[in-house]
Design a protein around this ligand. Structure first.
Ligand code: ATP
Ligand code: MG
Ligand code: MG
Ligand code: MG
Length: 563
């Protein structure tokens, strides 16, 4: 392999900032901007500058290697897609405002792909005819578009972002289970290699066919997901999923009926305050009463959005908290869907939804769609809303010990979809017995650009970014801390390290050592090699960014140590 060229900071497109960007709430946002890794283009849309692109590429490479290792075949499908494809499954309406929509010059409707289940299903229908061609795992690493209600935290939640999305197709449930297992293991390897601290937790899973779904969460205060875990038995689940565990009576927190004090449409905050839950709370049950009759139990999906939408849909409303007895007394109630469009009451009539079963919301990958969503629809109202949140100390559904709640970033999501999409597009292949078989499908996503932010959240310290070796933009950051002699030694070091196959960042700028040291800490390359005060003796200093450990040694020894 060709020797990688030394990256000279004197030529690098890089401007580090001393101050935090005004709108930055989280460490990754602040530091990735300050270190010149990313630059905001518009809300939730980011440019990746040279050092950032290197980190993103490193994450991509790890993902690709592990996907290839489980037999995944990489493809690249369009991001610009006919809307009809998403209308066919109802997801155009299900996604609602989340979907970027556009028209071509002839007025034909298009969307920018938020995820690609439909398109892969159609591809397989077109390309695969026989069981002999299966199983198959296809994946892509691609720009995705979602018009998020609250793009925030830099690349943590973008409106344009990089996702690795994979899709498996099989002729049997056992095949699907195997594909799911392969992805689960590959994901664990990927996140371990990236250096992420992560948990695999149960996620909200579909009402249909008890399909499995798990999320990979990276614990971090900046995360927008909350997961409950039990130190007793190891149970771990997104609180959205805990909320679906029917018999956790103590997880129900009844309260007295309360009037909404505002006659106007409540905001997320006012509704949350009224209910006594945080605005970001994962809500368990909503009892909706129409004309005094309880008609639905629902759960909101994307909480931040839905609490707001809910507020809009139910205002002005009487709001009270449910009692456990009320819930228990109504086994006929089936979970309703509260999605981006509001309350989806007709879904309750769906014969496939058995009483007491969970109804997916946030993932938007199952459940009812478009046509059934009640949006603006007038149902005469005497509406009550009951909310139950899962809280710290609630009993673990497996062993009864107290649950602990923590915040995390969702970095991956794996899902057994079954025939949801293959039914819509009628994807059958020739079976072994000569008869057609309907394919069963799984989908598996990793937030590639989000993983960069999640890593920054977990590893940064008060001096700046601090990358694990596998993703760092360089292996060694060589600093010429002084004048001509230091620069000469630093260049010698950089060339020797590059010759040994290492990726080297060389600070050859005409700046004071203090500025260079601060920048080196901010940029977060794992090892710094400094040509400084003992340059005349040929001695350099090695500093480990994470620990701050330093030692002085002759250049040749330092190079040998790192190579
Ligand atoms: P979230 O709950 O954070 O909105 P999601 O559940 O809607 O994410 P999925 O549909 O499961 O996301 O997509 C697969 C992966 O894509 C997620 O696990 C996440 O890592 C990533 N992802 C989703 N939305 C975004 C976004 N707006 N910006 C960056 N990455 C994202
Ligand atoms: Mg989402
Ligand atoms: Mg999610
Ligand atoms: Mg998800």
């Amino acid at each position: 392999m060709a020797q990688p060229p030394v990256l000279r900071m004197s030529r690098l497109l890089l401007r580090t900032l001393r101050d935090d960007p005004a709108d930055a709430e989280t460490a990754s946002h602040r530091l990735l901007v300050r270190a010149g890794y990313v630059r905001r283009s518009s809300a939730g849309v980011w440019s990746w500058l040279p050092l950032g692109k290197r980190v993103l590429d490193n994450v991509t490479r790890v993902v690709r290697e592990e996907m290839d290792a489980i037999g995944g075949q990489e493809v690249l499908l369009p991001a610009l897609l006919p809307r009809a494809t998403y209308d066919a499954t109802g997801r155009a309406a299900e996604y609602g405002d989340l979907l970027f929509r556009l028209q071509d010059r002839k007025g034909a409707d298009y969307v920018l792909g938020p995820t690609h289940e439909e398109v892969f299903t159609q591809l397989v229908k077109d390309q695969v005819a026989s069981y002999r061609d299966l199983p198959v795992i296809l994946y892509q690493i691609q720009t995705k578009y979602r018009d998020e209600a609250r793009p925030r935290s830099g690349v943590l939640r973008g409106r344009e972002f990089q996702m690795k999305d994979a899709y498996s197709f099989d002729t049997s449930a056992a095949g699907l289970a195997q594909a799911y297992r392969l992805h689960r293991e590959a994901y664990a390897r990927i996140f371990r290699r990236l250096g992420l601290d992560f948990r695999i937790v149960s996620a909200v899973s579909g009402a249909m066919g008890g399909s499995a779904s798990e999320e990979f969460l990276a614990p971090a205060a900046a995360g927008e997901d909350t997961f409950a875990h039990c130190s007793g038995c190891g149970y771990a689940a997104n609180t959205e999923a805990v909320a679906f565990t029917a018999d956790v009576p103590a997880a129900v927190h009844p309260g007295p009926p309360r009037e909404l004090d505002t006659p106007d449409t409540p905001t997320i905050e006012s509704l949350a305050a009224h209910l006594g839950v945080p605005a970001s709370a994962t809500l368990k049950n909503l009892l909706v009463t129409v004309d005094g009759e309880i008609t639905a139990v629902g759960v909101p999906g994307d909480r931040e959005v839905d609490l707001g939408k809910l507020a809009a849909h139910l205002a002005p409303a009487d709001v009270r908290l449910a009692t456990a007895e009320e819930l228990a007394a109504r086994p006929d109630l089936v979970p309703g869907y509260v999605g981006p469009q509001g309350l989806d009451l007709p879904c309750l009539a769906d014969p496939r939804v058995a009483p007491g079963t969970a109804w997916i919301t946030g993932a938007n990958r199952q459940g009812r769609h478009a046509a059934d969503v009640v949006c603006g629809r007038d149902f005469t109202v005497d509406r009550h809303l009951d909310v139950v949140a899962v809280r710290t100390g609630d009993p673990c559904p497996e062993c009864g010990a107290g649950l602990t709640l923590d915040r995390a970033v969702e970095i991956g999501h794996i899902f057994q979809l079954g025939a949801k999409y293959t039914d819509v597009f009628e994807v059958d292949v020739l079976g072994q017995d000569g008869r057609p078989v309907r394919l069963t499908m799984g989908c598996y996503g990793i937030g590639v650009s989000r993983a960069v932010a999640a890593l920054a959240e977990q590893t940064a310290d008060d001096r700046g970014l601090c990358w694990p070796a596998e993703v760092a933009p360089a292996d060694v950051h060589v600093v010429a801390a002084g004048k001509a002699a230091q620069l000469t030694l630093a260049e010698e070091a950089a060339e020797a390290l590059a010759a040994a196959g290492l990726r080297v960042l060389l600070d050859d700028r005409a700046l004071s050592p203090g500025v260079k040291f601060a920048d080196a800490d901010l940029l977060g390359v794992p090892v710094h090699l400094v040509a400084g005060r003992r340059t005349s003796e040929g001695v350099v200093e090695l500093k480990h960014r994470a620990t701050g450990e330093r030692e002085e040694l002759p250049l040749a020894e330092a190079v040998a140590r790192l190579a």
